[in-house]
Design a protein around this ligand. Structure first.
Ligand code: HEM
Length: 154
């Protein structure tokens, strides 16, 4: 469950690199989501009525940014407190948003795969198994916490 300093460092370091190009990684992230699961298109308000992924769309950027930022924060909290704590929003809110949108377990796996591919692209040569493991763990814990809230409410 716990997260070590090295894992936290790897997540923070890669996030710092990716932050330099938010429009670029947001677009790549959504491209990957739709490549893995084309049916996810209908879920997002900003993708529903368009044939291509909009460039520099504020909502698209906002969701991508939140997923990455919260996963990164989750990594820090896992190291400091041993559990997921989110800031700027509550797990309860996250649970109810995703419940309302009808998001389920397999879709969390799709987003995880897209997230890992995006980090891999974003960090280039720095990509390694340990970095992949750290992001996976931080995301899994966050996703599990959101899904636990969804189950409570359902
Ligand atoms: C909305 C975060 C996973 C689909 C949101 C919002 C947040 C968020 C914070 C609320 C936006 C707002 O009201 O400001 C996260 C995090 C995730 C995650 C941290 C994983 C750890 C997923 C997954 C899906 C998904 C797996 C499904 C593929 C959506 C949709 C919305 C949403 C469709 C509404 C967006 C819109 O149409 O404007 N998410 N999300 N999310 N999320 Fe996620």
């Amino acid at each position: 469950m716990g997260f070590n300093e090295k894992q936290e460092e790897l997540v923070k370091e890669s996030w710092e690199m990716m932050k330099e190009d938010v429009p670029g990684f947001s677009l790549y992230f959504f491209t990957q989501i739709l490549e893995i699961a084309p049916s996810a298109k209908g879920l997002f308000s900003f993708l529903k009525d368009t044939d291509e992924i909009p460039q520099n769309n504020p909502k698209l950027k906002a969701h991508a940014l939140k997923v990455f930022k919260m996963t990164c924060e989750s990594a820090i909290q896992l190291r400091e407190k041993g559990e997921v704590v989110v800031s700027g929003s509550t797990l309860k809110y996250l649970g109810s948003v995703h419940l309302q949108k009808g998001i389920s377990g397999p879709q969390f796996e799709v987003v995880k795969e897209a997230l890992l591919r995006t980090v891999e692209k974003g960090v280039g040569e720095k990509w390694c198994d340990e970095m992949k493991g750290a992001w996976s763990e931080a995301y899994d814990q966050l996703a599990a916490a959101i899904q636990a809230e969804m189950n409570k409410e359902a």
